[in-house]
Design a protein around this ligand. Sequence first.
Ligand SMILES: Nc1ncnc2c1ncn2[C@@H]1O[C@H](COP(=O)(O)OP(=O)(O)OP(=O)(O)O)[C@@H](O)[C@H]1O
Length: 340
Amino acid sequence: MLLSLRAATVRFGGRAVLDAVDLDVAEHEVVCVLGPSGSGKSTLLRAVAGLQPLDSGQVLLDGRDHRGVPAHRRGVGLMFQDHQLFPQRDVGANVAFGLRMHRVAKGERDAEVGKLLELVGLPGAARRAVAGLSGGEQQRVALARALAPRPRLLMLDEPLGQLDRSLRERLVVELRELFDRLGTTVLAVTHDQGEAFALADRVVVMRDGRIAQSGTPLEVWQRPADAFVARFLGFDNVAPATVAGTAADSPWGKVPVPDGSPQGSRTLLVRPAGVRLVAAEAGLPCTVTTRTFRGTHVAVGLLPRDGGPRLEAACALRDAPEPGAGVGVAFDAAEIVVLD
Ligand SMILES: Nc1ncnc2c1ncn2[C@@H]1O[C@H](COP(=O)(O)OP(=O)(O)OP(=O)(O)O)[C@@H](O)[C@H]1O
């Protein structure tokens, strides 16, 4: 294992902000830590970097406990959210910063800077002023700077946080390609699930200083560990239910569940695609409350007439009913997950 956290704990004022976290990152793996604000993501990164001492537990790099090893001796690269470039130095000097710290000779340094700028899609930009760069360009310079000392572990804190959506979506694809090509091991923190899912081999979801779930993007998406993770991923149709065979007793009435679902008292996740609108008298009677255009579909908000939590349905653009309409809801077992 390149990186292992063993019961890593950080407390602020008696509260465990990082609460006995165990985490392994293998060489060449890209791991994204995801979670709401305040869940401890940055603290985790800072602990690995050596910027935040642990109250208990261990950070192991290549199997060696790094207690007391200062940040600049850990061989890890860090890129922060606000990229923190030196505004008065040009692009080349920014990228060369870590190389100078490592006492790389000038000629070699210049060649390396040129290569790195090419790598991040800014060939020949070495003499440009940092102030004259766009946000996306600055992000690339910050990345080149973090990559320059060839860290064995690259840590990114909200790497694309400040950028607008279209640029983020493009850069995230470029980053993924770049990490694949270089075989870089990456530990990244983001609150944006789209970014995490696009970038990561493995996603780690944090809640209150603990790991709520760890898995491939597909695993986490298909089978959230619990109601918290499901809601964090944007699934709102989550309710307690009692499962017996292929049916569940839920606040929405009897709902079909897939064969082999966990039995007994559980949490039910109904994906919006599994909420089908039928004739008002043919299903669970609901009133349409909202209709939100989502590009590929319309999200229809539904309030069950006889009580029960709101439901969201994903409808084809031309089938979406108007707010106020009365509709029936039927459930599709294929889009329902019984959480463990
Ligand atoms: N130096 C500190 N002193 C006291 N409390 C701190 C300190 N650093 C962080 N915290 C608290 O620890 C908790 C976790 O903070 P952290 O920055 O790790 O969360 P985060 O998941 O990265 O959040 P965000 O997404 O908002 O950056 C927060 O409640 C924060 O207020």
